[in-house]
Design a protein. Structure first.
Length: 591
């Protein structure tokens, strides 16, 4: 904000307060943390609500409006977050109101930037002449002296406020990372023999929640967690919002068992049942804990980083608990994984990632029903690296999203070529990581790649592994709706390995269930047999196609034929094959 704008803003506030007396409009400019010092040191308020009540009463008391004369607006301080303006003016009662008076007023306003809006954090309203009429000269010098005094005070106040505000999180009012680190350091310094731990945690799928519930509700959730977290803080403990949907708490503990119990108890307390019920959501958390050895030489920031590393570790892997403890091994792992991703990035530019195709067969006719495309990393020396060796790492690091789009682009460009050559192209299913679910515009992006190559949508099936369902339960529905809207097929991969609730499955209406290899391999054991039968029954009733994965023997085929499964895929028919082979053996023969 420029000085002119700050002066104009203050003029507007003075107009609203003294002249228009439009207090409801005025309150829009006032911070929730207002400190209001009224004239003659009376009528002081430090809560928004008290001020609101006072202004309401004042409005009823005074009729008509004041008039302002000789206004001056001096911008004393202007920084990125704080502005201080001293206004001097004569406030006169309108002629029709008795008793008539004119007061010379100093009006200090300190603004603070909150969520990109400038709000009044402090108002000091004082009379230049509180006693009575004085000579003009005395008044002027007083004015000058007071001006300087007030200016000094305003500077001090502004400086202190800037200092305080710097440490606080504007949205929630609890500490931000700077405040947390500072406070934590002083606690640890005072109590160097105590056992401490940092728990850092975040809200799962917060971006999505924010998107569906709206940012306002998102903010309410963030505030509620902050205030509950604060209540969970004991003596010599401190909490903060570190960034976005991430919080930290410094915990003092006696032994690990007690610490675990306490942390386990936390998750239920961050958000009240009422809020969850009102919003019709369940909020889940993921955390990491760093134990602080007494006398540790790590800085507070380093310890916080360790807790964050543990949190990220937990986030990228399936785990029973909501949180894990930091281990030095995590750091080494992270380094190794980053190195692998760097190599992969380079490899991608050198075209080392290839497509392999594994046809799928109609069990009744033996014809090719479609194919799955699987990635292979072909090293310059011809060695083939299998997905199991790199996909998990790509998932931990997020690089899988880049790879998936790379594979999609490659597939579409090849399909375009096949179509142009007049080949009878069968539907191709492509594996997509669950991580995409976090991206709001993912399906649009997916669709735009497919459309760029003018591939009919019914030739593309989208494979998503069932394990995504438990973790991303709230986003799956949207994904399914969007995919179906665009006319893509949705296949649930590795079905039978997760714990998808039946009702969720009903809502999503997938087109295909791909029975996981672990199930099809165990068809002879009574339990496996029962599970398979039941699943196939449900699929038939809901008109969902079944693909049996990992069919390796003739007996397996006979069994699935008997159960009237639709499609099979496995080494018994074809192993995954490179593109040229797929084109000559399958597509050309089909055509
Ligand atoms: P998936 O999606 O379950 O793929 C099927 C896997 O089973 C493939 O392993 C395939 O080669 C293997 N397979 C097929 N038939 C048989 C059989 O009869 N017996 C046995 N023992 N195995 C069989 P692959 O190619 O090693 O891929 C492993 C996993 O990597 C895939 O499992 C998939 O989850 C993932 N993946 C592969 N390509 C991609 C990709 O482009 N993107 C993503 N996100 N994941 C991929
Ligand atoms: Ca698959
Ligand atoms: Ca599978």
């Amino acid at each position: 904000m420029t000085e002119e704008q700050a002066a104009a803003l203050t003029r507007e506030i003075c107009q609203l307060y003294f002249v228009e007396r439009d207090y409801s409009k005025l309150m829009n400019y006032i911070s929730k943390d207002i400190i209001w010092i009224g004239a003659r040191g009376k009528e002081n308020f430090n809560t928004f609500e008290d001020l609101q009540v006072y202004l309401q009463n004042e409005k009823e008391f005074y009729e008509g409006s004041f008039q302002l004369a000789n206004e001056e607006y001096h911008v004393l301080e202007i920084t990125k977050d704080v502005i201080c303006v001293l206004s001097c003016m004569d406030v006169c009662t309108p002629p029709e109101v008795e008793p008539v008076f004119t007061e010379h007023i100093y009006f200090t306003t300190i603004y603070h930037r909150e969520d990109k809006e400038w709000r009044v954090l402090h108002i000091h309203n004082s009379f230049a002449d509180g006693v009575g009429r004085k000579t003009a000269a005395a008044e002027d010098s007083r004015y000058c002296r007071d001006f300087l005094m007030i200016k000094e005070e305003a500077f001090r106040l502004a400086a202190r406020e800037v200092e305080e505000v710097r440490k606080l999180d504007a949205l929630t009012g609890i500490y931000n990372v700077e405040g947390f680190v500072e406070c934590m350091e002083s606690i640890l310094l005072d109590d160097s023999f105590g056992h401490y731990a940092i728990l850092k945690f975040g809200i799962n799928q917060f971006r999505y929640l924010n998107h569906v519930l709206g940012y306002r509700t998102g903010d309410t959730i963030l505030r509620e967690i902050a205030s509950n977290l604060k209540m969970l803080c004991g003596e010599r403990e401190v909490c903060a919002r570190i960034e976005k949907d991430n919080y930290a708490i410094l915990l003092r503990y006696e032994n690990r068992e007690e610490l675990d119990q306490r942390i386990e108890g936390f998750w239920e307390h961050f958000i009240s049942r009422e809020t969850e019920a009102a919003l019709d959501i369940k909020v889940h958390f993921t955390g990491g804990v760093c134990l602080i050895e007494p006398g540790s030489r790590d800085s507070a920031k380093q310890m916080l980083d360790k807790a964050m590393l543990a949190q990220n570790y937990r986030k990228s892997r399936k785990w029973e608990n909501h949180y894990v403890y930091y281990e030095p091994e995590m750091e080494r792992n992270q380094l190794r994984e980053q190195e692998l991703v760097e190599t992969a990035r380079y490899a991608m530019r050198r075209n080392e990632f290839s497509m392999y195709f594994q046809p799928q067969i109609f069990l009744d006719t033996g014809e090719v029903a479609g194919t799955e495309v699987l990635v292979r990393w072909v090293k310059p020396d011809g060695r083939i690296v299998m997905p199991d060796e790199f996909i998990p790492v790509f998932e931990h690091t997020g690089f899988i999203k880049t790879l998936d789009f790379y594979m999609l682009e490659k597939l579409c460009s090849h399909m375009r070529k096949w179509l142009d050559e007049g080949l009878d192209v069968c539907p191709v299913s492509i594996n997509q990581s669950r991580l995409h679910l976090e991206d709001q515009h993912y399906v649009e992006q997916f669709c735009s790649v497919v459309d760029r190559y003018r591939i009919p949508h019914d030739l593309i099936a989208f494979e998503l592994t069932e394990s995504a369902f438990t973790e991303y339960d709230q986003m799956i529905q949207r994904l399914a709706t969007e995919l179906h809207f665009y006319g893509f097929r949705l296949d649930i991969d590795d079905f039978g390995t997760g714990y998808t609730a039946l009702n969720l499955l009903m809502q999503i209406e997938p087109d295909v269930l791909k029975m996981d290899r672990s199930l099809t391999a165990n068809y002879q054991n009574p339990r496996g047999n029962l599970v398979l039968k039941k699943m196939i029954e449900i699929a038939k009733e809901t008109e969902t196609t079944i693909i049996c994965e990992g069919v390796e023997y003739q007996e397996q085929e006979a069994y699935f034929k008997h159960l009237q499964c639709d499609i099979a895929q496995g080494y018994y028919y074809y192993r995954p094959m490179p593109e040229e082979e797929f084109v000559t053996r399958i597509l050309k023969r089909k055509s």
